[in-house]
Design a protein around this ligand. Structure first.
Ligand SMILES: *Cc1c(COP(=O)(O)O)cnc(C)c1O
Length: 381
């Protein structure tokens, strides 16, 4: 897939002479603005890291991470060792932490690339100490599970760690972290319970910067900010407070060209399975975006697209490479082959499209752009 370098003045829309049928535009300036707005919310005392795992949620880590570094981010989280090694090539001086932890045998790779392992169990702690050969270890982050039953030390592991201080001897802790299960539900009792569990654990462990909040956690209030916040989604424009108006700037737009427009008579059906039957003479526009592009099949017969400032409904099933829109209400001189349709823009964003596909913005965003032409704007490199 051709990936263009960030340039300051790139076109946001598909040009009429453009060979691409669909393009994702990532607004790096909006990501920087979102970072600054979260920075304002947590205050200067809190280290505001950035989670850039899964290729920066599908938006392109190699472009996104430097843009964040430029506005002052110096700590990055990725999911895997491979992502960490790749990011190290891009960001020589930043701290990079790897959430999936230390898999057996991977300590030398962490040390070589100066990556910070997030230690998720006692055996990883032992492996990290061993890699330091009796000296002081390079920095690691200790992950405590306070209610996810996913990654992190269990309460039982924590008790063993507290009982045997030797387990932590020589280990340099860059942070002690945990992760909230229900941060997007502000009234959920699990939030204060996890916060209390983390505080209880911190009181038993050597002093280290504490971290709990991801995007939604930041909006639970200052008591959740602790020393390090770890937002991902909000940086990329996903609403961290579902059900309320989105405080973040829209980052991603997606445009596609109309490939064909046809008249469809009353009673005729559209697409696979003949799920949509026209009840009036209609005009249907076909565009070259389908589930192979991450536009989920669960969005069949659901949601809409923008054309010339109007909304037109998706009709029929989403197929692999194509989808169909009812453009009956649009001037045929506008809805014609080659014309641009907006699938994602500032008014209809990733969360709206995800709603239509019966999923969350996170999932849709990470699926975007395997085949799309990708453009970056607002970059300063
Ligand atoms: C993905 C992830 C984050 C970022 O979460 P967002 O909701 O995208 O802000 C933070 N911490 C951990 C442990 C994660 O896995």
């Amino acid at each position: 897939m051709p990936i263009s370098r960030p340039r300051a003045k790139q076109r946001a829309v598909l040009g009429s002479t453009d060979s691409a049928g669909a393009a994702v535009t990532v607004n790096l300036a909006a990501i920087a603005a979102n970072y600054r707005s979260l920075r304002q919310r947590v205050g200067e005392r809190v280290t505001l890291s950035a989670v850039v795992k899964a290729n920066a949620y599908g938006l392109g880590m190699a472009h996104v991470a430097p843009a964040l570094a430029k506005v002052g981010c110096s700590l990055f989280f990725v999911a895997t060792l491979d992502e960490g090694s790749a990011l190290r090539q891009t960001l020589r001086g930043s701290r990079i932490a790897v959430l999936e932890g230390l898999l057996p045998g991977s300590a030398p790779a962490f040390i070589r690339a100066k990556l910070i392992p997030v230690l998720n169990e006692l055996s990883q702690l032992a492996a990290w100490r061993k890699a330091a050969r009796g000296g002081k270890t390079p920095p690691a982050i200790l992950h405590l599970d306070t209610g996810m039953s996913r990654l992190g030390l269990s309460q039982r592991d924590l008790a063993r760690l507290v009982a045997d201080r030797d387990l932590l001897r020589g280990v340099t802790l860059a942070a002690i972290m945990s992760h909230l299960a229900c941060a997007d539900e502000p009234a959920h009792p699990k939030n204060p319970a996890q916060l209390a569990a983390l505080h209880a654990a911190l009181a038993l462990l050597p002093p280290a910067p504490a971290s709990l909040a991801s995007s939604s956690g930041i909006f639970l209030g200052p008591e959740y900010h602790l020393d390090i916040a770890r937002p991902g989604a909000a940086l990329y424009g996903i609403n961290p407070i579902p059900g309320k108006s989105n405080p973040m700037k829209s980052v991603v737009s997606l445009q596609a060209k109309i490939l064909q427009v046809r008249d469809v008579d009353t009673g005729e059906t559209v697409g696979y399975g003949a799920t949509h039957r026209m009840n009036r003479p209609s005009r249907v526009a076909t565009i070259g975006v389908g589930y192979a592009d991450g536009w989920l099949r669960s969005a069949s017969d659901r949601g809409s697209a923008g054309i010339a400032g109007k909304r037109v409904p998706v009709v029929g099933r989403i197929s692999m490479d194509l989808m169909t829109l009812d453009v009956t209400g649009i001037d045929p001189r506008i809805a014609r082959p080659g014309a641009t349709v907006d699938l994602l823009d500032e008014t209809y964003g990733i969360d709206d499209a995800a709603d239509a596909a019966k999923t969350i913005g996170y999932e849709l965003m990470t699926l975007l752009g395997r085949r799309y032409r990708r453009r970056y704007r607002g970059g300063t490199r």
